[in-house]
Design a protein around this ligand. Structure first.
Ligand SMILES: *Cc1c(COP(=O)(O)O)cnc(C)c1O
Length: 366
């Protein structure tokens, strides 16, 4: 038997994550000019990063022969002040994806299980399966999390529940009172991972203060990313806020230098640039309205989204996607999520949204 065949069955059973197609890859495949390609496939910030973050990266580059600060002191300091928490409640990650995996490696293993929703962010199932734990996928309700069914699905071997709010790829949102009621129902042996990657995109009326629940629920871990509204996806940095005892365990499992120096510097600067975040939020609100109205004109069904993307139904999504790619527009097909008739588009700059809608109209004519 080969080393590959000897790899644990739970590893061989993993289906790989399907990322948004990189611009360079499409340019190579179709011989297109990369400059003319519009990528609306990975929920990145179409405005790029804050100029303050860019300047911080340039300054940090000078010292890049040195290891980063493994404790992330300065970034944690900024986070602690802004969020009103102790540094001991903070964990940094190489993207929030790193934190999701740390949760799995710290709290899961064979003979344990984790609960997540159908159509929830694909990384939950991947992280769970990679450590040999059992994933319990709970059927969605209106494309979102059915919290009552998720609470019922918890068993004695369940150690983690993953909740994305808003969820990717469906954009569904759970109001605060439902989350709080769910937390009340959770047994102490279950860690609730509340993934708020798109939290900053919520309209003011839907905002809620999940960090205030940490005082009451020691089994809550709130996870956020700098990849989305803060525009640092390529630098890889995310953070989590939880009880110091939980954070301490996660800290023992992480790589000593899991967040690089450029990412730490950029994140600290980006968090301080409230004006950039405000403008990005506004750009997204306007772009969402533009795309929604375009989808309506094309008579396409879409799922109401509270994030910086929207999923819409086109029928033969593979064919529509092929046509979009040929026209130099990259969106995200959702067949790997069990939504073969759907595509997800990230909200871009106004001109990018227009390019997407025009290409979509062409693609639908077939
Ligand atoms: C994009 C995303 C993340 C994290 O991305 P990182 O770049 O690894 O921080 C986490 N959760 C959800 C739901 C996402 O969509």
């Amino acid at each position: 038997m080969s080393v590959v065949q000897r790899a644990p069955a739970h590893i061989r059973a993993i289906s790989p994550y399907v990322p948004g197609k990189p611009v360079g890859e499409l340019a190579r495949e179709l011989g297109l000019d990369a400059a003319g390609i519009v990528k609306l496939a990975s929920n990145e910030n179409p405005s790029g990063m804050s100029p303050r973050a860019r300047a911080a990266v340039a300054a940090a580059l000078e010292d890049s022969a040195r290891y980063p600060d493994g404790s992330g002191f300065e970034l944690k300091q900024v986070l602690a002040t802004r969020l009103g928490v102790e540094q001991a409640s903070l964990l940094l990650g190489n993207g929030s994806n790193d934190i999701l995996e740390l949760v799995a490696r710290t709290f899961l293993g064979p003979e344990t299980s984790a609960v997540y929703a159908q159509y929830a962010f694909a990384v939950y199932a991947l992280a769970v399966k990679a450590v040999g734990a059992r994933g319990i996928e709970v059927p969605a309700r209106a494309w979102g999390h059915d919290l009552a069914a998720m609470a019922d699905a918890i068993t004695t071997d369940t150690r983690v529940v993953f909740i994305a709010n808003p969820n990717n790829p469906t954009g569904s949102f759970l109001p605060a009172h439902l989350l709080e009621a769910f937390l009340m129902r959770m047994p102490a042996h279950v860690l609730v991972v509340l993934d708020e990657a798109y939290n900053e995109y919520l309209p003011p009326a839907l905002r809620y203060d999940s960090l205030s629940w940490l005082a009451q629920f020691q089994n809550l871990l709130v996870v956020r990313t700098m990849s989305k509204i803060h525009g640092l996806a390529g630098l890889r940095v995310g953070y989590a806020v939880g009880s110091p005892a939980v954070v301490d365990l996660l800290d023992r499992v992480r790589q000593p230098f899991n967040v690089n120096s450029l990412a730490q510097a950029a994140a600290a600067a980006a968090l301080e640039d409230e004006e950039f975040v405000r403008r990005s939020h506004e750009l997204n609100r306007a772009g969402m309205a533009q795309i929604l109205s375009g989808l309506r004109e094309l008579n396409l069904e879409s799922i109401p989204s509270q994030a910086n993307f929207i999923s819409f139904r086109v029928g033969d999504a593979a064919a529509v996607n092929r046509s979009l790619l040929q026209q130099g527009v990259i969106v995200r097909p959702l067949s790997s999520y069990g939504m073969p008739e759907w595509l997800r588009v990230s909200i871009g700059l106004s001109a990018e949204n227009t390019r997407f809608l025009e290409a979509l109209a062409v693609a639908l004519k077939g």
